[in-house]
Design a protein. Structure first.
Length: 383
């Protein structure tokens, strides 16, 4: 949106910040903020200084947080999985998938529980990025499915390459494994026509040597964001390794994190030589190409460092799938927050109603605290 008005800009930034920090509740914060601005504007018209209004808002915020923490929060451990399902349903109720909330809430909760990880400090984390969301056209919304493993919307580079690797050692590359070509502006003058063939052969050998170094390190699954030359595919077939090209960089970074691999963008070391070490490899129980719905997908199962899950969404068109993806992401974030904090509050607007009554009563208790000169501040505490 092209927003010019300063107050509108604040609301847009607020929605973006809420999406970044929490993942859900963007509409709610905009509605609340807009109402606060509206009421503050009326107070300013009554000659109350903005500083006094902001002080009142801050005091109300502090009291509201204290009231929610002490009076309204409930521990999730006591409530069980049913509580997580209700959190997901509450998040979905205002979205496009609200009609199928029973089906999707199960899927979202199972996906988040599947990606549970422990940090070296012993903290339990539920990374939303470990849940990959793929979109496929056709069929009904309820044909969507959850897969245990990280799914890539790619296929193997050639028909003769194997489609299942158990005990996978994964190399994640940001390299172009196509025939090496001279840089622009480089001229080679040849007197003997036979030398031309030598140059062509050497161009292919440079790439095959790179591939051989990766295979010699023990890699049996090679994933790259760029291309693989058809002439070099023979190396992978002979080594009985799986090769996948044109993967999304974002996907490869997540796979590298989940498997413990190092995302490599150059084979050159500090001495200027090209090397590939076994420590760069990631590990997974199995990498397999499977047919899911109408497409073939590569699925990385049993990732060693972090668990992973994938949700395949089905829908009529791009617009619907995009909206479904946004809704699922919001639900995942809501469930993640619940699992990591282990605390929930009642939904359906009950928190807002309770706060309204509490703050209204609290405002009446402030009269004895301030002097007559601070009456302006009291007027802002009507909340």
């Amino acid at each position: 949106m092209e927003v010019q008005h300063p107050a509108a800009k604040v609301l847009v930034e607020l929605a973006q910040q809420q999406d970044k920090e929490v993942g859900d509740g963007t509409t709610s914060v905009v509605i609340i903020a807009a109402e606060l601005i509206k009421r503050a504007n009326e107070l300013v018209k009554n000659k109350i200084h903005p500083t006094s209004i902001i002080t009142g808002y801050r005091l109300a915020c502090k009291e509201a947080v204290k009231f929610i923490t002490e009076e309204m929060s409930v521990n999730v451990d006591k409530l069980g999985k049913e509580c997580l399902l209700n959190v997901a349903k509450t998040s979905m109720s205002s979205k496009i998938i609200g009609a199928d909330e029973e089906f999707f809430s199960e899927m979202v909760v199972d996906a988040m529980l599947a990606v549970k990880t422990k940090t070296p400090q012993g903290e339990v984390k539920y990374p939303v990025n470990a849940v990959n969301i793929l979109k496929a056209h056709g069929k009904g919304v309820k044909e969507s499915m959850l897969i245990k493993g990280y799914a890539l919307n790619c296929t193997v580079a050639a028909q003769s390459i194997r489609r299942r690797v158990t005990g996978a050692k994964i190399a994640c590359l940001d390299l172009n494994l196509q025939k090496a070509r001279m840089h622009l502006g480089v001229n080679v003058v040849i007197d003997d026509p036979d030398k031309l063939e030598d140059i062509r052969r050497r161009e292919i050998e440079i790439t095959t040597e790179r591939i051989q170094k990766i295979l010699d390190a023990g890699a049996n699954v090679i994933l790259t964001t760029k291309g693989i030359d058809d002439l070099c595919l023979k190396c992978f077939v002979e080594a009985n390794a799986m090769a996948v090209r044109r993967c999304k960089k974002e996907d490869l970074k997540r796979i590298a994190k989940a498997t413990g691999a190092t995302f490599i963008s150059s084979l050159a070391n500090l001495e200027g030589e090209e090397t590939f070490e076994a420590s760069y490899l990631g590990y997974a129980d199995e990498v397999v190409q499977e047919r899911i719905s109408d497409d073939e997908c590569i699925i990385v199962k049993g990732t060693k460092k972090e668990s992973s899950a994938s949700i395949i969404l089905r829908g009529a068109n791009d617009y619907m799938l995009d909206e479904m993806e946004r809704s699922i992401h919001d639900c995942l974030c809501a469930v993640k927050r619940t699992l990591e904090s282990n605390v929930v509050v009642p939904g359906g607007g009950s928190v807002e109603t309770a706060l309204s009554i509490y703050l209204e009563n609290f405002a009446t208790t402030l009269v004895s605290v301030y002097t007559f000169n601070d009456i302006r501040l009291l007027e802002s505490n009507w909340l």
